[in-house]
Design a protein around this ligand. Sequence first.
Ligand code: SF4
Length: 209
Amino acid sequence: MHQPPTLKINEIFPSIQGEGLRLGEPTLFIRFSECNLKCAFCDTKYAWQTGQEMTVESILNKIKKIHTAFPTEWVCLTGGEPLFQNIRALAQRIKAENFKIQVETNATIFRRLGVDWYTISPKPPNYFYQPEYIKKAKEVKMVVTKGLDFGVLKKLRQDFPEKITLLLQPQSNSKSSGKHAIRLLKQSLKEGMKNIRVTAQIHKIFGLR
Ligand code: SF4
């Protein structure tokens, strides 16, 4: 497959993973520019267009430089939508440096990358995901918007193996969204659905990137 000479990158920075099951782990983030969706509630709209073209080599150099002061084992590829660009060569090089890789994706695109952790977050209105993720996803993260319907949650729970955690993440950590998340959780309990949790974005609570 054709490898682009450069990738459009919005930012590269060290932080803690603020969401999902890897919550709190020190992580180096590579935020890719561009996304194939345009969600109204997107909290990284700034990444849709802005960014700079970087070679795989220059991305790797930047990661290694940050790593000397922040020696974490995890690199998270996020966005925007990281799989919108062909990131195979970059993922291979990062793995060759012995990092573990997490990919945070809206799941509309699948790329076989040999990474350690796919976090998928299907988005409204149709919550489409590529079927490969049924076996590959480590977690399914749902942004709890006002319109998130119980039927969507139920379908996802039926589609994915029970050992895969479904995370209900209130939109922007808001109280009203948190209440909706708890309502959905209670209803799922009543229906005997397992391995669903309500979570939060702790990087926003702590004012981190
Ligand atoms: S899929 Fe994610 S990055 Fe893309 S527009 Fe929606 S929330 Fe933003």
